[in-house]
Design a protein around this ligand. Structure first.
Ligand code: PMT
Length: 323
């Protein structure tokens, strides 16, 4: 497909999308965050903190509404675990992170808390006071401290989305806001983005009637945004895309094709059932398998070594683009 046709498809996708709620508020938050991280910072900041490094981490799955006043939607499996764990490690590496996440999915610093923290973590001391249950004290303390430090230090901005329409409009806003940061910015696109959707104008307004028998819905293809992100929205940013397959036999071939087609700097490939154990980073310099190591506390999640590798590659990219 020619680049003009792709651009036309992308324009018509945005033109027919329902407008983003609170767009001005999101732009304000973004600009404030980016400005904060480009002004000179106080002495209490870590010495290895490179104030210009920023990453947009996308996380969780996009939904596809079936009705304009949405009651039903199509969803996918993504838990947001990879995006949340990666965000923590990017913050640790000194990055300012824009965490574009699906509402209700896994959050940075919350991964070690029980699933239902309010009910599980707290107990009444007396009628007026509640306290953290001793068995969860360490996990809660660490989660609260690390999260507050990242936010107070201006290193974490969280922006939620639900639908494919919201996700792609917000990604475009972020890319546009980061354009001037150039090679020091990174896109780490771990979200599971819907490939098919119901165009807004062909969607019924009200709840689909259930009494008229089986339902036929025609889904249109969501245009791939990677191409325009690379060519237009943020051409100098370092760009990491992801590829997930359930058939390991085609995984590397698909990731390699995506690397060439979208001209991203690396593709992180994983297979559904082993995605928490290992990933393969596919790039023009070869393929690197990254595994977790349960014997080492830090490395017990695959994202620890993954982010170290990606940060290292990004540093080389920045140096090369400044030379
Ligand atoms: O959330 P977890 O449960 O921890 O799981 C993490 C993960 C497995 C979801 C994540 O690691 C992952 O692999 N995400 C990408 C899933 C995928 O295969 O996406 P895709 O093949 O549909 O898209 C590939 C790339 O194209 C993605 O980086 C996506 O951002 C991009 N894309 C997709 C659709 C679209 N319309 N435009 C795009 O640019």
């Amino acid at each position: 497909m020619s680049s003009e046709v792709v651009e036309d498809e992308i324009s018509s996708f945005f033109e027919s999308s329902p407008p983003l709620k609170n767009m001005d508020g999101i732009i304000k938050k973004l600009n404030r965050f980016i400005k904060l991280n480009s002004s000179s910072r106080g002495e209490n900041h870590q010495s290895d903190w490179r104030e210009e490094d920023r990453v947009c981490v996308t996380s969780g799955g996009t939904t596809v509404p079936l009705e304009q006043r949405c009651v039903r939607y199509i969803d996918n499996f993504s838990s947001g675990n990879r995006g949340a764990a990666s965000t923590e490690n990017f913050v640790k590496a000194g990055y300012a992170v824009i965490f574009l996440y699906r509402r209700g999915t896994c959050q940075p610093y919350c991964r070690s808390l029980p699933d239902d923290p309010f009910l599980e973590c707290f107990e009444f001391r007396d009628k007026r006071n509640i306290q953290v249950h001793a068995s969860h004290l360490e996990a809660v303390k660490l989660a609260v401290m690390d999260h507050q430090a990242a936010v107070a230090d201006g290193r974490l901005l969280k922006l939620p989305f639900s639908t494919i329409y919201e996700y792609l409009q917000m990604l475009r806003l972020i890319a546009t806001a980061l354009k001037d940061v150039g090679s020091c910015s990174m896109f780490y696109l771990a979200a599971a983005v819907s490939d098919f959707y119901v165009p807004w104008e062909s969607m019924t307004e009200h709840k689909i009637e259930s009494g008229s028998g089986p339902l036929d819905i025609r889904l249109a293809q969501v245009p791939k945004m990677l191409s325009i992100l690379r060519s237009n929205w943020a051409p100098n940013a370092f760009c990491i895309s992801f590829k997930l397959e359930t058939d390991s036999k085609i995984l590397i071939e698909k990731a390699t094709k995506a690397l060439q087609k979208y001209k991203v700097h690396a593709v992180v490939a994983s297979e559904l059932s082993t995605r928490k154990e290992e990933v393969v980073v596919v790039s023009s310099s070869g393929n690197v398998v990254v595994r977790r190591d349960c014997d080492k506390p830090d490395e017990s999640i695959v994202e620890y070594n993954l982010i170290r590798l990606i940060v290292d590659r990004h540093s080389t990219y920045i140096k090369e683009s400044h030379s």
